[in-house]
Design a binder for this molecule. Structure first.
Ligand code: SAM
Length: 387
């Protein structure tokens, strides 16, 4: 395949993509519309556009094709026509370890600054190791599943039988290569949930007790509730979200997980919900708040390019308001679990300070769960106790 052909396909996608849809959904629709592209064309086009965005805002002064070549060189272990054409002298080094390749790029392009991959780096939580975090954008994250303890060996066996390398990273959490077609490999979809490793690790902060009544107030399709239920099956749950259609997915997932004891409501946490909730008192609340998602941009690197700083503040407003609107329904002595998949201080430590200063709760513990050592997302979790 000629390089001009690949470049034309890349440029067409680059020019027509505006960041509104997630890139993987845009590509799905784009390939459907452009049926003339064969499977090899599609594979190269997807590889290139992801490599391009993984470079974030570094070397913005170069042309898109030069940047594509540098991004592809850093992200991939096998060379491409674009790297051979635009980065010919570095192309033979593409199989080197990532840190060596970064040094080569720094030498060749003295204006290259690793921090500019993540242009909002001054907003990061202090717990983040910045150099490790920036370089993680050149590595595709793993796919993680959570498997019920009793089935873990059976699932590992099924994966290995199909030559899918599976590593148990923490108890019940398997890391798999990205793109693994789980439905083709694991016969029974009830044996596992797809859930990022750091998301699974938040469960250590829940600490539910038998017969508790918990509220998952930003439930979406129920990822955190399912985790909570796995930790303590003898609990009752109220799940709510402002989006009714996401709660419909939840029903399906709960059904296959065998969860029966739950109530479901559409609740907008920006409103006064006393009419609906005045008689409720919970033993625990999960507040998995809407956020920038910056801890997950290793999976959606287009955000490194398109995300605008002003949006952080609008998420912070929601996070603070939601906390104020849910804490009143918590019993004294019981936990509020505040979570984001953000790495920004404003959405994490600063919201924690605000919550402590303004509401009758005491911070017990907080952690920025770093995913960059495990090819996973990063998440923030804080556990407060109602006074
Ligand atoms: C980070 S997601 C929750 C993910 C979910 N807990 C999980 O584990 O998969 C945040 C959720 O907050 C919900 N949300 C946004 N604005 C809201 C509002 N005003 N009231 C209630 N929920 C809201 C969104 O619909 C979204 O589902």
């Amino acid at each position: 395949m000629r390089v001009e052909h690949q470049i034309r396909a890349f440029e067409q996608i680059y020019q027509s993509y505006d960041g509104v849809l997630p890139l993987h959904r845009f590509l799905f629709a784009y390939f459907k519309q452009n049926k003339q592209m064969g499977s090899s064309d599609r594979r190269w086009a997807a590889r290139y556009i992801y490599s391009f965005f993984r470079l974030g805002k570094a070397l913005s002064e170069l042309t898109p094709l030069q940047r594509l070549a540098i991004g592809d060189f850093l992200c991939q272990q096998s060379t491409s026509l674009v790297v051979e054409t635009y980065l010919n002298n570095l192309s033979p080094s593409i199989e080197l370890p990532l840190d060596d390749k970064i040094k080569l790029v720094e030498r060749e392009y003295p204006t290259f600054k690793l921090a500019e991959v993540f242009i909002l780096h001054t907003h990061l939580s202090p717990a983040i190791d910045q150099a490790q975090f920036f370089r993680s954008f050149f590595i595709q994250p793993n796919l993680f599943i959570r498997v019920k303890g009793t089935h873990i060996q059976a699932v590992i066996n099924q994966l290995l039988a199909k030559d899918v390398p599976a590593t148990e990273v923490i108890a019940n959490a398997l890391a798999l290569p990205n793109g693994t077609k789980l439905e083709d490999v694991i016969t029974d979809s009830r044996l596992y949930q797809v859930q990022d490793l750091s998301s699974q690790k938040t469960g250590a902060y829940f600490k539910p007790e038998k017969y508790d009544y918990w509220w998952d107030c930003c439930a979406a399709s129920g990822g955190k509730s399912l985790l909570l239920h796995d930790i303590e099956p003898n609990i009752e749950l109220l799940v709510s979200d402002v989006r009714e259609n996401s709660l419909n997915n939840l029903d399906e997932r709960f059904q296959s997980a065998g969860i029966k004891k739950y109530h479901k409501k559409v609740i907008d946490l920006l409103q006064n919900n006393d009419q609906t909730l005045h008689h409720y008192e919970f033993d625990g609340i999960l507040l998995d708040a809407p956020c920038s998602g910056s801890g997950t941009w290793g999976r959606t690197p287009e955000m490194l390019w398109f995300f605008e700083k002003y949006k952080i503040e609008s998420y912070v407003k929601l996070q603070k308001a939601f906390a104020g609107n849910v804490i009143k329904y918590l019993k004294p002595g019981k936990p509020l679990i505040y979570m984001t998949c953000s790495v920004f201080k404003a959405e994490n430590e600063d919201v924690v300070s605000y919550i402590e200063e303004n509401f009758p709760v005491k911070l017990e513990q907080m952690e920025l769960i770093k995913g960059y050592h495990d090819k996973a997302d990063s998440m923030f979790v804080a556990r407060f106790i109602k006074q």
